[in-house]
Design a protein around this ligand. Structure first.
Ligand code: NAI
Length: 282
């Protein structure tokens, strides 16, 4: 593989573009929103700059990585990509529509990977004439730093596609872990009750976000508390993932979204990306 296409230049797309470019791949980065694409390039540049300052990148690696990222607005730009990884909104129909359109554009041996946190890989692939080319590659936030990538095989994913996706994860310096195609895979299956119970404790007025985060870090040894993490992920993205798991499990109470999340999304308090969430980011 030489060329990695990424569609969706938000929180996850930016991090994946960063790590792919640093690892020597040509990167085509695409977003429907021109302003997001511009902001994403600035964010990647700032993150690469931090890498340079911390001695993780040489000046040459820094400038080469920047040159390898090619921003685009149209799906046609993926015609020569060896793999396209989608990181757009957590909505089944939107992801299906993107891959359906890419089928007519991409090379026949190109892999279609989805960074979905919770949706069925099998369902995403079901609308394609060649569902065997679709695989889940679930990166974690921040994608240029976190080591784990869940590799999810859909019902009809080809073995060769699973193995090429795992090879790519390793080439990006990541650790691939294979997960079954079930709602939320492994990590989000464990993580949903973590956020859900913290929200219930907050909702019942038992403790503040600051206190809950502090206790979880002090006593649980976590690096971040649930509210700090929700702000990092994006309250909207976190709500969409919880809602998706709740729906896919026919209303399993452990995954029920909390009204606090919904109210914050309505108020556009989305966490770090809007500079206000459970905490302020001036
Ligand atoms: P985000 O909201 O930061 O970025 C999504 C981007 O997709 C936006 O820039 C939007 O303009 C773009 N977009 C939406 N529809 C599009 C289309 N049809 N064509 C082109 N671009 C389009 O979202 P984020 O946080 O990056 O999440 C993306 C995916 O990654 C979701 O499936 C999410 O569940 C998953 N994910 C998110 C994590 C997180 O911590 N935020 C962690 C792991 C996975």
């Amino acid at each position: 593989m030489r060329t990695v296409g990424i569609i969706g230049a938000g929180t996850m797309g930016a991090g994946m573009a960063n790590v792919a470019a640093v690892s020597g791949f040509q990167v085509i980065l695409c977003d429907a929103d021109e302003q997001v694409l511009q902001t994403s390039l600035e964010r990647i540049a700032a993150d690469l700059q931090k890498g340079l300052e911390r001695g993780k990148l040489t000046a040459q690696q820094f400038s080469e990585a920047r040159e390898r990222i090619h921003p685009h607005h149209s799906l046609e730009s993926f015609s020569n990509a060896d793999i396209v990884i989608e990181a757009v909104v957590e909505k089944l129909e939107v992801k299906q529509d993107i891959f359906r359109r890419l089928e007519a554009i991409c090379q026949s041996n190109a892999i279609f990977a989805t960074n979905t946190s919770s949706l069925s890989i099998t369902a995403i692939a079901s609308v394609l004439s060649r569902p065997e080319r679709v695989v889940g590659m679930h990166f974690f936030n921040p994608a240029h730093l976190m080591k784990l990538v869940e590799i999810i095989r859909g019902h009809r994913t080809a073995e060769a596609v699973v193995s090429r996706a795992s090879d790519l994860a390793r080439a990006l310096g990541k650790i691939p872990v294979h997960a079954k195609d079930t709602p939320g895979f492994i990590v989000n299956r464990c993580a949903r009750p973590f956020y859900g119970e913290a929200l219930r404790v907050l909702g019942e007025g038992i403790a503040s976000p600051e206190d809950i985060d502090r206790i979880v870090k002090l006593e649980g040894g976590f690096k971040m508390g649930p509210f700090e993490l929700m702000d990092l992920i994006g309250i909207d993205v976190n709500l969409a993932v919880t809602q998706s798991m709740y729906d896919q499990t026919f209303g399993e109470p452990r995954y029920r979204p909390h009204v606090i999340q919904k109210n914050m999304v309505n108020a556009n308090l989305l966490g770090r990306k809007t500079k206000r969430g459970f905490y302020d980011y001036p």
